[in-house]
Ligand binder design. Structure first.
Ligand SMILES: [Zn+2]
Length: 334
């Protein structure tokens, strides 16, 4: 089974898929508390009530033919720690990404899901296209997705970062969507990640309670339709088996903004849909997830098993000898 993961930045799933959220109590409150360092101020953001039917017809159709798993993001709910956790399957403590500056990150030892697919089989072909440069740009502050230049030489690993910001993230998202749809349709990589940011930009500019945010949700939904259409055609014409997944790194307060522990900000989702077939049992059995549990679930579903040392092998440990000079113990003098 091939994998397409779409990351929609800053999506309020209660607005994108209101019926799904209303119908599953696991979406009502976080499954684990926030670290006190990242709690919001005293005011609790009211969850907006609105008429949002059909704002996201593609996501609604994908959900109807698949399932939507509740995901609760662990604060801080900024994009850097959010995507670092969602895309590598590691916690903030493991990857040390706490803010969008990525200072002190340990991403080199926390490979992204595409790299984990490659490590499982070096023949694997992988692709990522992203609007946010921190995810794929080697000259940026990340990147979260490993560049793997050896695999890029022959096109086995392709990275595309948006360059057209003439209309902000709207033009960048269109560029990313168009490139991604082409590569998905013509080349069918074994695993792909596509990141779109228009929803996040709209909420930062206008808040998430108004028509601008719903328009951005609708635009993101239409981008997803292009991507799904690309892989659905490969199913139809070539019989390829595709798992489509959609997620977000955080929601948005009604007035716009995120980073702390409000329910509307911490609430995420993992939408799962198998093109032309039923989801594998492992995905049907999934309960509520935390962001670092998304990658292991997806990799298991597509048949990727991580390699490992025997337990207790001190892999990656860095220690130095003290500079106190020799002990003169002749057993260790050589
Ligand atoms: Zn974000």
């Amino acid at each position: 089974m091939k994998l397409l993961l779409v990351g929609l930045d800053g999506v309020r799933v209660d607005l994108a898929l209101p019926d799904v959220v209303a119908g599953d109590p696991a979406f009502s409150a976080p499954d684990h508390p926030a670290d006190p360092r990242f709690v919001a101020g005293p005011r609790e953001s009211p969850v907006q009530e609105g008429t949002t039917e059909r704002v996201a017809p593609t996501l609604t159709r994908l959900a109807a033919g698949g399932r939507v798993v509740p995901v609760w993001v662990t604060p801080p709910t900024d994009s850097g720690p959010g995507w670092a956790s969602l895309l590598t399957g590691t916690t903030h403590e493991q990857n040390n990404v706490w803010w969008n500056e990525f200072v002190g990150h340990r991403l080199a030892r926390c490979p992204d899901l595409l790299s984990q697919v490659f490590f499982a089989d070096p023949r694997a072909r992988t692709f990522a296209a992203c609007t946010w440069p921190a995810l794929v740009d080697p000259s940026g502050s990340g990147p979260v997705i490993h560049t793997r230049p050896d695999q890029q030489v022959g096109g086995q690993h392709q990275l595309f970062g948006a360059t057209d910001f003439t209309d902000g993230c709207r033009s960048a998202d269109r560029q990313v969507r168009t490139r991604a749809a082409w590569v998905l349709n013509h080349e069918g990589p074994d695993a792909a990640f596509v990141h779109l940011e228009g929803t996040d930009e709209a909420a930062h500019r206008h808040g998430s309670a108004g028509p601008e945010y719903l328009e951005a949700l609708a635009a993101a939904d239409e981008h997803v339709r292009y991507l799904v259409k690309a892989v659905a055609e490969r199913y139809e014409q070539l019989g390829e088996d595709w798992l489509v997944a959609v997620t977000t790194d955080h929601g948005h307060k009604p007035e716009g903004g995120h980073g702390e522990d409000e329910v509307v900000v911490r609430r995420s989702f993992l939408l799962l849909h198998r093109i032309g077939g039923r989801l594998p049992p492992a995905l049907l059995d999934l309960g509520t997830l935390r962001s670092h549990e998304v990658v292991p679930a997806l990799l298991a579903a597509v048949g990727v098993r991580p390699g490992s040392y025997a337990a207790n092998h001190p892999v990656g440990e860095v220690r130095d000898v003290p500079s106190t000079g020799p002990t003169r113990d002749l057993r260790f003098e050589w």
